[in-house]
Ligand binder design. Structure first.
Ligand code: ZN
Ligand code: ZN
Length: 136
């Protein structure tokens, strides 16, 4: 037996690192409409986002992990709501922050994306000129 080799110290990444410990798996409520047209926290704090994600359990709209504030994944950790759907036009994929996997899901209550006249990044008037340097 090789005493110098430690088994079981696998590198913990992603959701585990971020503190998600949900045990009930996929938690989707298709009847809940999205909370609004933009990231809840960014709109409340004069922030801006790159892409939007919608919580598939409670409808919270938050900004993606490329955005400066990453409110969607913070929401997942804070509330243990692991699954989001893209809130971008023409995108219908779901993402599970717990397993870090794309998954299939049901049709959620409309609207299924932010308003088409809302720019990316958004919202209009709040995005700094050097926004590309500020992405995560
Ligand atoms: Zn945000
Ligand atoms: Zn939620």
């Amino acid at each position: 037996m090789d005493q110098g080799f430690t088994v079981g110290t696998r590198h913990r990444v992603g959701a585990a690192r971020r503190g998600l410990s949900m045990t009930n798996g996929i938690d989707i409520d298709p009847a809940i409409p999205p909370s609004g047209a933009g990231c809840v926290e960014c709109l409340a704090t004069d922030g801006w986002w790159y892409h939007l994600r919608r919580c598939a359990h409670c409808g919270h709209v938050g900004c993606c992990d490329s955005s400066p504030s990453q409110h969607a994944s913070h929401h997942a950790v804070d509330t243990q709501h692991a699954v989001v759907q893209s809130f971008e036009p023409k995108e219908d994929w779901f993402w599970n922050y717990l397993t870090e996997q794309v998954l299939e899901g049901p049709s959620l209550a409309p609207p299924n994306h932010h308003p088409l006249d809302q720019p990316t990044p958004g919202p209009a008037g709040r995005v700094p000129d050097d926004w590309e340097d500020l992405l995560n």
